[in-house]
Design a protein. Structure first.
Length: 403
């Protein structure tokens, strides 16, 4: 059976081989948080565009501003001022952070290391050429590539696009993710369930996780555990880039998802992963659509989506697959788990300023959504460890929606 790392790698390989072209659309840079850039953006000019002071102080010739030197202050330059005059020899000019340093000045002395009396400025320590100045073009040159196609746009990337004047940009269309739950016991969330029915919470978490991962959810409701209903609704899902099913992938008599997919022409890349929860997870392709069959227990669905569907959304959306963002923390309570599978247990990660800690939470297994609402992470218990004593360092998979 594949480990979760192997299964995830397989998702990345298979989706990367997809011949699908990623469609693009224009967007305002202010609306593009989380989108994938679908063009190259180049610098419109040098950055910084002028020699920029990084401090409030005095622009000087370093050689003239040694310890106990005194210079005449001939003016002031604030951020945004036009600077054309060179600094006259034997003088200094007061300068503010972000302002252009005049030509022939080669250093800025912080105001804290000077003393001023009238127009005389006394310097207290040696001055090094270049200090407190960022040279024109030292961050980037005009024409350099600022942002590459395929980058996911976070706040820093958006700020850089804005800095170089890319107010409107081309981004990749988000992959469309059809979401289909299965089960005779499942009723829409707007209905009152019968005594032995449950509300379709998986459709809600899957829509949320799809959005969080950068996909466009296409909710298809619920299919009964019957070949005809499943086939018809899977057919609908096969119109999208990805189809995510919940439930119906275990060994039960009414777990029909795999066989129905097969009858519709699916090939499978894996149908089990050595994890708990989430062991019967299925990944394959049916026609041009990548298909995930996730186990129906709500926490299994959530964990397997984060591990396996997220990288598929990245790749089919034109980006590189994100890293698995594991953190490390000191375990607060001894854990005993069955060996052979990697366990993902709900935990509460806490950093109080010393070293990060993680508290395992009480839970009733993979149906227990309530326990997960107290968790901000999953504690990863490796397959070869069944006892982990309190105090040992463990890996932690953050819930990226709440941490
Ligand atoms: P399955 O994987 O189909 O065997 O489902 C396992 C269990 O997960 C079921 O017995 C339900 O309790 C639960 N479950 C299945 N589908 C959903 C759903 N859409 N929403 C919430 N819980 C579900
Ligand atoms: Mg079921």
């Amino acid at each position: 059976m594949l480990s979760y790392a192997e299964a995830r790698a397989l998702v990345v390989v298979r989706t990367t081989q997809s011949p699908r072209k990623v469609a693009t659309l224009p967007k305002k840079v202010t609306d593009a948080l989380g989108d994938v850039l679908a063009q190259e953006i180049r610098c419109d000019r040098d950055y910084p565009p002028f020699n920029r002071s990084t401090r409030d102080g005095y622009a000087v010739r370093a050689a003239e501003a040694g310890a106990s030197a005194q210079l005449k202050c001939v003016g002031e330059i604030k951020a945004g001022d036009t600077v054309t005059q060179p600094l006259p020899p034997g003088s200094c000019v007061q300068i503010m952070t972000g302002a252009a340093v005049p030509t022939s000045a080669d250093a800025v002395v912080m105001i804290e290391f000077t003393e001023r009396a009238g127009d005389k400025v006394a310097f207290q320590r040696a001055t090094t050429p270049g200090q407190n100045i960022v040279q024109k073009g030292s961050e980037a040159r005009a024409g350099d590539v600022a942002l590459r196609s395929g980058m996911r746009l976070g706040y820093a990337e958006l700020a850089l696009a804005a800095q170089v004047g890319a107010a409107e940009i081309l981004v990749a269309r988000s992959p469309r993710v059809a979401i289909l739950s299965t089960g005779d016991e499942v009723v829409p969330i707007t209905e009152t369930p019968g005594p032995f029915h449950i509300r379709n919470s998986n459709s809600v978490s899957l829509v949320a996780q799809t959005r969080l991962a950068g996909g466009e959810p296409v909710p298809l409701g619920n299919a009964l555990d019957r070949v005809d209903d499943l086939s018809a609704k899977i057919e609908q899902g096969l119109k999208e880039d990805i189809l995510v099913l919940s439930g119906g992938v275990s060994m039960g008599k009414y777990d029909l998802v795999e066989s129905v997919l097969k009858s519709l022409g699916a090939e499978f890349f894996f149908d089990a992963v050595a994890i708990r929860p989430g062991k019967p997870t299925v990944f394959g392709r049916c026609r041009d659509t990548f298909v995930f069959g996730l186990p129906g227990n709500p926490v299994s669905t959530m964990v397997t989506f984060q591990l396996f569907v997220t990288p598929a959304i990245d790749v089919l959306g034109g980006a590189r697959a994100r890293q698995v963002p594991l953190l490390e923390a000191n375990l607060c309570k001894t854990l005993h788990e069955k060996p052979g599978l990697t366990h993902f247990l709900p935990g509460c990660f806490e950093w109080t300023g010393i070293s990060p800690e993680v508290h395992p939470l009480e839970w009733q297994g993979s149906g227990d959504i309530a326990a997960l609402t107290n968790a901000n992470c999953f504690i990863v218990v490796p397959a070869d460890r069944h006892n982990i004593p309190a105090g040992e360092k463990v890996s932690v998979l953050p819930r990226l929606d709440v941490i």
